[in-house]
Design a protein around this ligand. Structure first.
Ligand code: GBH
Length: 457
């Protein structure tokens, strides 16, 4: 889509501007107030699993500084805050006994957000399974659907009404690809036999939590997926084939069952004998009407045929591409393409961009108290502009959550990568809004119109 340079950046009324985080990445104090350990506490404390042995023991100390963090959100004018709840704070054993003190933490946080005019978007699961449930097989155990619905129910009862937007799972693809296939993320398994089972059980759990919500809650619930559009590296049939498989594997593996009630046929091809026959009845549970879908978008990949299992696809680096510190290509057009593809494939469901952002080599906090991060501003504005294009093309995008509010624990990469619009000094835990936070604040204040303003550097 072409656009004249003087585009009028009009966003729909009610379009929600916010930022996102996840419990394990910011909270610290994972065992405080009676919480049980999660698989991430356990994984990070296993030698060799994270860069420099970094753990979430302190992280951003948000567990103690939540009030200050909400004050910062307000100062920046955020209208929404997407966060996740740590399951093992609520149910230390994963099921059964409820830990009231854990519940109180999130209840206070939600009250503080509301008192500051910030709408909470609550994610039930952002990767930190109670360790006690992993001991019972974790996502490989079919009972996980009941466990997850039970956990959801506790939170719905405590917070629905104050929280009006709920998310079941964050990025089931990452959970299985990282946790069960390649092992870079907790619980660190490497099995092509386990991966499809974990995926399928995650989707059953998602369905069960939505069903439980319909019985208890009165507002909105959805699913968050990570999408990376796949473009073929050449015109060859082999590359086209590899691209189609890579797309089915990453982008359709979860949305297809959740919204269409079936898997894309390529998965069977990809996994071969490791792809089980799933009971037909499961799909009745998995496919539940959703109020919205959240899309996390960071990058694209250009795909070529290769021998690597299971995808037989390799990502091809673009010689003229721009890459972030994590080695991901900056490709805003891919976000427009993704949103349009979503509407074309799954219909007119409301969509939120629930994560989008980048790690760059930020400079230190300068004498004048600023963190100059023009690359992040450039990244954010181009992606917001890409969303604007998708809205112009008819996609019902309802809001944008920048990833992330704070620099935080980047999972197995530890504290080495900073995605925040707010800088965190991990020694003093002091917060400093980066230039990108100030810039984003102006975008919010103008409801997007300031996207056409000259850049502040
Ligand atoms: C999100 O996942 C997570 O939800 C969040 O917790 C995390 O902190 C944030 O992103 C930043 O990582 O190597 O070029 O093939 C990100 C999902 C999936 C995005 C894999 C990048 C690999 C791109 N990621 N993808 S590439």
């Amino acid at each position: 889509m072409t656009r004249s340079p003087d585009t009028d950046f009009t966003f729909p009324e009610g379009f929600l501007w916010g930022a996102a985080t996840a419990a394990h990445q910011i909270e610290g104090a994972p065992l405080a107030d009676g919480a049980g350990p999660s698989i991430w506490t356990r994984f990070a404390h296993t030698p060799g699993m994270t860069l420099n042995g970094d753990t979430g023991d302190v992280a951003c100390d948000h567990y103690h500084r939540w009030k200050e963090d909400v004050a910062l959100m307000r100062e920046l004018g955020l209208q929404a805050y997407r966060f996740s709840v740590s399951w093992s704070r609520i149910l230390p054993e994963g099921t059964g006994r409820v830990n009231q003190k854990g519940l109180d933490f999130y209840s206070r946080l939600v009250d503080e957000l509301l008192a500051n005019g910030i709408e909470p978007l609550l994610t039930l699961y952002h990767w930190d399974l109670p360790a006690a449930l992993d001991d019972r097989g974790g996502w490989l155990n079919r009972d996980c659907a009941d466990w997850f619905a039970e956990y959801g129910r506790v939170l719905y009862r405590a917070l629905d009404g104050r929280v009006k937007k709920w998310v079941t799972l964050n990025e089931p693809w990452v959970i299985t690809d990282g946790g069960y296939l390649h092992g870079a993320l907790a619980p660190g398994h490497r099995s092509r036999y386990e991966a499809p089972i974990a995926s399928h059980n995650l989707m059953r759990a998602h369905g069960a939590a939505v069903q439980a919500y319909r019985a208890e809650g009165a507002h909105e619930i959805g699913l968050v997926v990570n999408i990376e559009p796949k473009y073929p590296a050449s015109q060859s049939a082999a590359d086209a084939d590899a691209t189609r498989r890579a797309h089915a594997y990453m982008n359709e593996q979860y949305l297809h069952p959740a919204l269409l009630g079936r898997y894309p046929p390529e998965l069977k091809q990809i996994f071969g004998d490791a792809w089980p026959e799933f009971p037909e009845d499961d799909f009745k549970q998995i496919v539940q009407p959703l109020d919205f879908v959240g899309i996390n978008y960071y990058t694209r990949s250009v795909t070529a045929a290769s021998d690597s299992y299971p995808l037989e696809a390799g990502a091809v680096r673009q010689p003229l591409g721009t890459y972030t510190e994590t080695g991901w290509e900056v490709f805003p057009q891919g976000l427009t393409d993704t949103l349009v593809w979503f509407k074309d494939t799954y219909g007119d469901l409301p969509v939120y961009v629930t994560e989008n952002g980048a790690a760059f080599f930020d400079p230190a906090v300068a004498e004048d108290g600023r963190v100059r991060d023009p690359l992040r501003i450039d990244y954010l504005r181009k992606h917001l502009s890409a969303i604007h294009d998708a809205i112009a093309a008819g996609v019902d995008v309802r809001g944008y959550m920048a990833w992330s509010l704070l620099d935080n624990l980047e999972w197995s990469l530890g504290y080495s990568k900073r995605f925040g619009i707010i800088h965190v000094n991990y020694g003093t835990l002091e917060r400093t809004p980066k230039d990108s936070a100030r810039w984003y604040s102006g975008i919010i204040e103008s409801h997007g119109r300031a996207l056409s303003d000259p850049l502040p550097y």
